[in-house]
Design a protein around this ligand. Structure first.
Ligand code: DGL
Length: 272
């Protein structure tokens, strides 16, 4: 039976995570859902992000996914805990939903020599304080400064990230972040869109500051999770397929997705 791993994002950003997961775990089947009709989630309220995320997660479970990765920081920050604690056992016993914040915060402290980390993220992720709370649990000695970067997702989604306007905002956010704490030696890109501008960010920074994207970290963590949870791993089908679904126009999705996924997609439209 077809039992893929579900990957969910508010739009295209989760494709950067899917790519890394497929690199590490190529034998499974995958199904990607982008809620492009309602993206971006970054400025929306907790209640709205929760409702949208829960709808998408339910749809993926109905496609027979034993396990879903919420590959969106905003949704992980604002909706994941409620889904895991309130909804999952009641509605889909035995199924699992993982996010991107926990695996990242478990390891991010190991990258810093100065114990000073900077976070770039959407407004929603910053306001949730999820990164501050989680990093404190695993690395209490580390100072974390956060910078909301609300212009970056729209610039990236519109393929306008390689021009002077985009560079202006990237530099402005980096300056504001480093002004908060000049000892920062590690900057985490805590938004699944930002890997597309990682190289540009690095160009604005001195060589001693590392820039970390999440995809590989999330993929490592999923691999480890499946080794530890054989009851889930056994249910996954292994035909190396990947399907793409979007709540907006499939044509738009296919036109935009390549810059995130690195290859062409053949998406289908769904109504939730
Ligand atoms: N994918 C989202 C994230 O990682 C950003 C896009 C959005 O705001 O919906 O935070």
């Amino acid at each position: 039976m077809h039992s893929p791993i579900g990957i969910f994002d508010s739009g295209y950003g989760g494709l950067t995570v899917l790519k890394e997961i497929q690199k590490q775990l190529p034998h499974y089947d995958y199904i990607y859902l982008g809620d492009n009709a309602r993206t971006p989630y970054g400025n929306r309220s907790f209640e709205t992000v929760y409702q949208y995320t829960w709808q998408c997660v339910q749809w993926l479970f109905k496609q027979n996914c034993p396990l879903i990765v919420v590959a969106c920081n905003t949704a992980s920050a604002k909706a994941l805990r409620s889904i895991q604690q309130k909804d999952l056992d009641k509605n889909f016993p035995g199924k699992k939903v993982l996010g991107v914040i926990r695996p990242t915060t478990e390891i991010i402290g190991n990258y810093s020599k100065t114990n000073h980390i900077g976070i770039m993220a959407t407004n929603g992720t910053v306001q949730s304080k999820s990164y501050l709370i989680e990093i404190e649990k695993f690395f209490p000695a580390i100072d974390v400064a956060q910078q909301a970067c609300p212009m970056l997702v729209p610039l990236i989604e519109n393929n306008e990230f390689e021009n002077e306007a985009a560079y202006y905002f990237i530099k402005k956010y980096l300056d504001e972040l480093l002004k908060q704490d000049e000892k920062i030696d590690t900057i985490l890109l805590a938004c699944t869109h930002y890997p597309l501008i990682k190289k540009r960010i690095e160009k604005f920074l001195p060589g001693n500051i590392k820039v970390i994207a999440q995809g590989e970290i999330v993929a490592d963590s999923l691999k480890d999770y499946l080794q530890r949870h054989t009851e889930i791993e056994k249910q996954l089908s292994r035909d190396k397929t990947v399907q793409f679904y979007t709540t907006d126009s499939a044509e738009n999705f296919n036109n935009h997705a390549t810059i995130f996924y690195g290859e062409a997609t053949n998406a289908k439209h769904i109504e939730l």
